[in-house]
Structures are given as C-alpha cells and as structure tokens.
Design a protein around this ligand. Structure first.
Ligand SMILES: *[C@@H]1O[C@H](CO)[C@@H](O)[C@H](O)[C@H]1NC(C)=O
Ligand SMILES: *[C@@H]1O[C@H](CO)[C@@H](O)[C@H](O)[C@H]1NC(C)=O
Ligand SMILES: *[C@@H]1O[C@H](CO)[C@@H](O)[C@H](O)[C@H]1NC(C)=O
Length: 334
C-alpha cells in the first residue's frame, strides 16, 4: 500500500511539472511543497498524527518526544503545517487540523494522499458524557458515531424509517409534557461511507465507525499507565485519572455544553465522550483503508457541571494526558 502511495505522489509530481511548463494553475509554493514531500517520502513510511487546536498541540510538544527532521522539519499545504520528525525513534508526520469535521476530514485525506503513511493516530481532548468517567481520564474508544447528521422535522412530521434515533424537543419542556414545542423533533441519520474496497460512487450507510482492532489491542497495554493529576501546585483532580480502552464516542459540529443533551447522547447511544473531529478522522482513514486510533483526554463535563464549563481550567491537563498516552502508544507500535 505504501509503495502505491509513493508512485502516486510521483505521478502527481510529474503531472504538476507538466502543467508548470505550460501555464500552470498550481501555485509555486505548492509545487515546492510537493517536491519536499517526494523527498520526505523516500525516508518513509510515517505514522500520521492529527490533533485539533493549539492547547493539544502545545501539550504534545511539551512531552518533548517530537524530534523534528533536520533538513525538512515541516511542509506547508492548504494553510496547514505538516511537521516531519520522529517520536520514540519512529517516523511521524504531525498536523493540527483545526476545529470541526470539515477540517478534520480535509487534513486527514490530504495526509493520506500525499505522504507515505502507515496509519493515523488522532488525539486531543473531549467532553465527558459518562458519569463513571472523570475529567482528566483518557478514552481510547472502540467506535465513534457522527451524531450531527439530522433530519429536523416538524412537530407532527414523521421520522424516516432508517433513522437511528430520535430527539423530541417537546419532551424537554418544563413543566414536563406541557404543550407543544414548535422546534419539533430530530432524527439521527447515517453518514455515507465511501471506501477504496467498495464499488466506486457507491455509498454504504455507516453510523459507528470502528477504530482499528489491532491498534486497540496494543492500546490495551496502556491501561493503568500513570497520568497527570494536577494542573498546578494548588489545583489537583479529586481522584487519580485513568485510561480506558474500548468505550464509544460521538462527534458532531456542536460544542456540547448542555446537561440534558449530554444525557440524551449517553442514554441513546451509550457514548462516553463528545468531540468535534474524531469520527471524521476515523471515517476518512477507513475509506482509504488505513488503521486508525483515537486518544482523547476528558476536559469537561459537556454541560452537566455547576457553573462554568471546565475546559479552560482542565483542557491543558486533559491534553497533556492524551499526549502522554500517544507517546506511550507510539513506543508500542512495531
Ligand atoms: C400537529 O397536530 C396537532 C394535533 O393533531 C395539531 O393541533 C397541530 O396543528 C399540528 N401541528 C402542525 C404544525 O401541523
Ligand atoms: C462508562 O464508563 C465506565 C468506566 O469506564 C464503563 O465501565 C462503562 O461501560 C461506560 N458506559 C458505557 C455505556 O459505555
Ligand atoms: C492553578 O490554576 C488555577 C486554574 O487555572 C488558578 O486559578 C490558580 O491560581 C493556579 N494556582 C497557582 C498556584 O498557580
């Protein structure tokens, strides 16, 4: 698979140089980036690492595990910086994709198309939807659902048969059951999954996108690892944080800071975490037939807290625990 990718890159490059010799629509900076990538791929393959936003990136670099490539420490593409280097002597390409499913999907697809990648490790923080989990814990889910692909119906509208679940806004009226709510109800649909191993242009419905079995097995060895429990000398978690492998998670372009919706998600889909990117990274990796794992530190209670959301206070700690787990996971990769 890796070999095919390299020849693909060559083809892209040859194609680019051909158009460049005439009148090119490809900007010179991109041609330069593509030529660096060809050079970098000769030294591959690499493990692809994807985070979302600066606090996660800072936590990753603060582990000091990342050693940049001497000649080509990074290459810029489509406004993102792909960093080339090693972690625990394993070659990696790291990118911060940006918030939301569009950014996550775009950066993942680009990484898989252009670099010689063996698989994708996606990490960062997420909201906690499971009352048996705590802020500071790390979840490495076995599967994720996209819970933001909706049929939003009229109050009396009927739900499509193939919807997975149903949120009736009126049943959240207070006092309960009193009158009708014009926001109606929402049906949860499937995502459309295209895959290299399927027929072209033929989408299969997917609700749960599974992370890779063999990587989950490897990650199981991380359970019990020491995680950070203090933000600083005066602020510590009430209990020792834990790492749990094999729960389920949810992703949508929604920052959930609402107790009722959080509980709906947990009760309906039995998801322990809520984030805005993981499903996208996993689905894109699966479409392209690559192994993928998700490692997320829990930073807040997704709305079930009293007062302010804790992401500002515990985000860096959660990110740091996820980054620690990632470094440990990479050291276990063959
Ligand atoms: C929904 O049905 C109720 C009861 O039949 C009716 O009173 C109401 O007007 C309907 N609402 C809409 C938006 O169709
Ligand atoms: C919630 O978390 C606990 C502790 O990790 C776990 O045992 C339980 O299975 C989780 N609940 C669901 C529905 O996954
Ligand atoms: C520890 O962090 C908390 C939350 O950010 C902050 O309020 C507090 O002042 C910090 N304490 C010290 C000693 O830095």
């Amino acid at each position: 698979m890796a070999g095919n990718r390299i020849s693909l890159c060559f083809l892209i490059l040859i194609f680019c140089s051909l158009i460049v010799s005439n009148v090119s629509a490809v900007p010179p900076s991109r041609i330069k980036s593509l030529s660096i990538i060809t050079e970098v791929n000769f030294e591959g393959p690499y493990i692809g690492l994807v985070t979302v936003y600066p606090p996660e990136e800072n936590a990753f670099f603060e582990t000091r595990a990342f050693k940049p490539h001497r000649k080509h420490p990074f290459v810029d593409l489509s406004g993102r910086r792909f960093r080339i280097g090693t972690v625990q002597s394993k070659k990696v390409i790291y990118v911060r994709c940006g918030v939301g499913m569009v950014n996550a999907a775009a950066a993942t697809q680009q990484m898989l198309d252009l670099f010689d990648i063996t698989g994708v490790v996606h990490f960062g923080i997420s909201g906690n939807a499971n009352n048996s989990m705590s802020i500071g814990d790390v979840t490495i889910p076995k599967q994720l659902a996209h819970t933001g692909i909706w049929d939003w119906l009229n109050p009396n509208g009927s739900l499509p048969d193939n919807d997975v679940a149903h949120l009736d806004i009126g049943s959240y009226n207070l006092p309960r059951g009193n009158g009708m709510n014009l926001l109606g109800h929402i049906g949860y649909s499937y995502e459309q999954f295209f895959s290299e191993s399927g027929k072209p242009d033929t989408a299969a419905p997917i609700f749960w996108a599974q992370t890779s079995q063999k990587w989950l097995k490897l990650a199981a060895g991380l359970e019990g690892m020491e995680l950070k429990s203090c933000v600083n000398s005066s602020l510590c978690l009430p209990q020792k944080p834990k790492l749990v492998v094999g729960l389920t998670g949810s992703t949508a372009n929604i920052f959930v800071d609402n107790a009722a919706y959080r509980d709906f998600l947990y009760q309906t889909f039995e998801v322990s975490s809520v984030d805005m990117e993981s499903f996208a990274v996993v689905m894109v990796s699966l479409s392209n037939n690559y192994p993928v794992i998700v490692i997320r530190g829990l930073s807040d209670l997704a709305g079930s807290q009293m007062g302010q959301n804790a992401i500002q206070i515990f985000g860096p700690l959660a990110a740091s625990n996820a980054a620690k787990a990632v470094v440990r996971f990479i050291s276990k990769l063959p």
